[in-house]
Design a protein around this ligand. Structure first.
Ligand SMILES: [Zn+2]
Length: 113
């Protein structure tokens, strides 16, 4: 009986090791894929950044103080906050800057003749 148990335990340990190795392999592949994706994105002018997974939800319930720390830039015209100047600038120009209203839509004029 004890022999069987020991043997079973041995198999279990071996299986677990295999599992761990497989997991590591998978993680490495995942990282490589993400890196590859990041490189691709950089090629077209984007940046891939990891988010701290899981903490995002906790931060949401933690309250505004945390989000203030993460998003130090505040829109001068409204209360929206931004972590980076670029989205802020985009927001300001999109929400608070009046473009030439007629410039955005082209009216098709009927050509004479
Ligand atoms: Zn705003």
């Amino acid at each position: 009986m004890a022999d069987t148990l020991v043997r079973l335990l041995g198999t279990l340990v071996r299986d677990r090791k295999t599992l761990v190795r497989t997991e590591r392999k998978l993680v490495r592949r995942q990282v490589e894929l993400v890196k590859e994706l990041g490189r691709l994105l950089q090629g077209i002018g984007y940046e891939l950044r990891p988010i701290r997974g899981g903490k995002a939800r906790a931060a949401a319930s933690a309250g505004a103080a945390n989000s203030e720390a993460r998003k130090p830039l505040m829109c001068p015209k409204c209360d929206r906050r931004f972590a980076h100047p670029l989205p802020l600038a985009r927001h300001v120009s999109a929400s608070h800057t009046r473009k030439k209203a007629r410039g955005t839509r082209r009216r098709t004029k009927k050509a004479k003749g």
